[in-house]
Design a protein around this ligand. Sequence first.
Ligand SMILES: [Zn+2]
Ligand SMILES: [Zn+2]
Length: 256
Amino acid sequence: MLRDGHIHLENGPLSVDYAMRFVEAAINVNMQEIQILDHTHRFLEFAPMYERLKLASPKQREWLEKKKLEPLSTFDQLIHDMKQKNLPITVRWGLEVCYDPTQKAFIKNVLSQHNYDFVIGSIHSIDGKLYDMPFSKQILWDVEDVDHIYKRYYEIMEDMIASDLFTQIGHPDQLKLFHNEPMYDLTPTYHRIAKLAKEHDVYMENNTGIHYRYGHEDVGTNPLFLNILKQYGVKIMTASDAHVSEHVGQCIAQIS
Ligand SMILES: [Zn+2]
Ligand SMILES: [Zn+2]
């Protein structure tokens, strides 16, 4: 079965017409199941969670303040309307939460007021600094030790899995995107993550976004990590991280 478990509406309106473009694209590339979502940074209710990022860097403040925030009720209405349709494939709806371990209670509270089919926890920042932006070199990679960044990334991931707030963990080795490699062996870390993911029954993504968007040679999660996850019997979710409908299902057949 071909499944794309991570598709963003980020670049368009929260409308049925726009969402249907993604559903149609998925049907065209033979996906049988898709998960549509958006980042929490699109939504008003989550705005307080990003204060830390705004304080940490003027570039992050500028990036966040450019966004036009919408209430979750707009998204919930879209989900409601889409669920009235009789679609030929399974379409599930959720959020990608930008995880910050200091915001667990806040995240729990917001999520408790909504009802999503799935909730992805993803790490996009290391102690308040985004690692995947054009300016990340300047604010993070050039000022912090790479090993320290990796240690924090996986410590935060362990905390995120153990929080039981999420059903799925986003792009679990995305730190590799700019080819900044740690000096230490990640094998023991991968074992710890796999054990926890199994215990907490979360999906771990095999996400192809870094391959086709950043040109990284791995098509999805690196083979060592992926094999360890499979050894522990962890559930794997194939995902494209599409931000436009043309990318739905991208490289999914290769990793399925
Ligand atoms: Zn993400
Ligand atoms: Zn994403």
